[in-house]
Design a protein around this ligand. Structure first.
Ligand code: ADP
Length: 401
């Protein structure tokens, strides 16, 4: 069955058309600069070169129609008609406490997604725009919402509550939600398969290390804790996000730097993380290049990142009373042996030992990188959020895959 996976941002709309049965990517691309001048679609059909197609895209509805006409066009397309699209799966960032699973989109589900707008003001509104654009362009085709937060809804209250006045939770929904759930769930299941063990029988720590990074503790198939919180700002430091800091720093800096709420929010989200520490870049390739040339702050940024990963691995092993596997994924986790090595440094006392030779040879592919003796397996599993969304969509629509 063919599923169109949609990830709608404020001025962009990324898509993939996949066969949910075998994971085959038939086509992928993105509409860019929607609602702006010089809009375009970058499109790639399986086995063909990527094409860039400038076109007028005044809004998301027109963008969806344009994507559909590219997918079905004789020149660049891959399918003959829209009837070859069986369902659409939408990435929706925040499902609040309302969604512990993916959901077939109905008027009620749309109302519930809207009620989470406050929690993810930058993400949920464009996600909804993408849903409504697809509903209009493809009437009758089932649409499914797959939430980044749903996977983490199994966390117990002792993990998700902040020690603030309880009314802040009741009135405003202030609690830990967690993000990257589709990725954490996908790589954890895959890791269990690679170990030849039932997913429900193992404890796994998944490290999704990309531009945004989060770590999750998955105890016998259920997420029990994760580093991101009410928003994707907490946890380990990231490309440009601070991660955990003393909360008093916020008001301290507002006073000292004469910042308003937007200003301090911008500093913590856009000017911090490894970019803020190094002053070089948020991209780990640039940091390694600079550190190689002797840049001390770039080296410090890398050391901080590794140290924070290692701390959370230790913390989550303690939280679960033991761990069977540590999994690395996303841009940094999949490609950077030095980060994996640093994150697992000194964990031999708890039976977690990386094989430096195996580890150094792995980049962007599935592999076990721990020693044969290591009690805790260390694995690299490339994430595939689009395939996970396509499979979820098929499951919710009742298609057997
Ligand atoms: P996103 O969170 O935007 O999906 P990715 O998972 O693509 O991010 O990760 C992006 C980050 O991964 C980049 O900032 C870069 O630091 C890192 N990265 C990607 N490829 C490599 C590589 N080959 N070597 C080292 N780091 C890489």
């Amino acid at each position: 069955m063919n599923v169109l996976v949609i990830n709608a941002g404020s001025s962009s709309l990324k898509y993939q058309l996949l066969d949910a049965q075998n994971g085959d990517v038939l086509a992928k691309g993105g509409a860019e600069r929607i609602g702006l001048d010089h809009a375009l679609i970058k499109h790639n059909s399986k086995g063909c070169d990527t094409v860039t197609l400038p076109m007028d895209l005044p809004n998301h509805k027109v963008a969806v129609q344009a994507v559909l006409s590219v997918l079905t066009s004789e020149e660049h397309g891959i399918i003959k008609g829209m009837d070859e699209i069986d369902a659409v799966g939408h990435r929706v960032v925040h499902g609040g406490e309302k969604f512990a699973s993916s959901a077939l989109i109905t008027p009620e589900v749309k109302r519930a997604i809207r009620s989470c707008f406050d929690l993810a003001p930058l993400h949920n509104p464009p996600n909804m725009t993408g849903i409504e654009a697809c509903e209009e362009a493809m009437p009758g085709v089932p649409q499914v919402a797959v939430f980044d937060t749903a996977f983490h809804q199994t966390m117990p209250a002792k993990a998700y509550m902040y020690a603030l006045p309880y009314e802040m939770y009741e009135k405003h929904g202030v609690r830990k939600y967690g993000f990257h759930g589709t990725s954490h769930g996908y790589v954890a299941r895959r890791a269990a398969e690679m170990m030849g063990k039932p997913y429900e029988s193992v404890n796994i720590i998944t490290c999704h290390l990309g531009n945004g990074s989060s770590i999750a503790a998955i105890e016998k198939g259920k997420c029990v804790d994760t580093t991101m919180g009410l928003t994707p700002l907490s946890g380990i430091c990231m490309g440009t996000r601070s991660g955990d800091i003393d909360p008093a720093i916020v008001t301290f800096l507002m006073e000292k730097e004469k910042l308003d709420t937007k200003g301090v929010d911008n500093m913590m989200n856009k000017q911090s993380g490894v970019l803020g520490i190094s002053g070089v870049s948020s991209d780990f390739r640039d940091l390694y290049a600079a550190a190689g040339e002797g840049n001390k702050r770039a080296r410090l940024a890398l050391d901080i990142f590794k140290y924070q990963c290692r701390k959370y691995i230790g913390m989550y092993a303690a939280a679960m009373g033991g761990v069977d596997a540590v999994v690395f994924t996303a841009g940094i986790g999949e490609n950077t042996a030095d980060i994996r090595q640093g994150a697992c440094e000194g964990l031999t006392y708890m039976g977690c030992e990386i094989d430096p030779y195996r580890n150094a040879s792995v980049r962007g592919r599935e592999a076990v990188v721990s020693t044969d003796e290591s009690k805790v397996k260390v694995l690299v599993v490339p994430t595939n959020e689009e395939l996970a969304i396509a499979r979820e969509t098929a499951r919710i629509c009742g298609f057997s895959i």
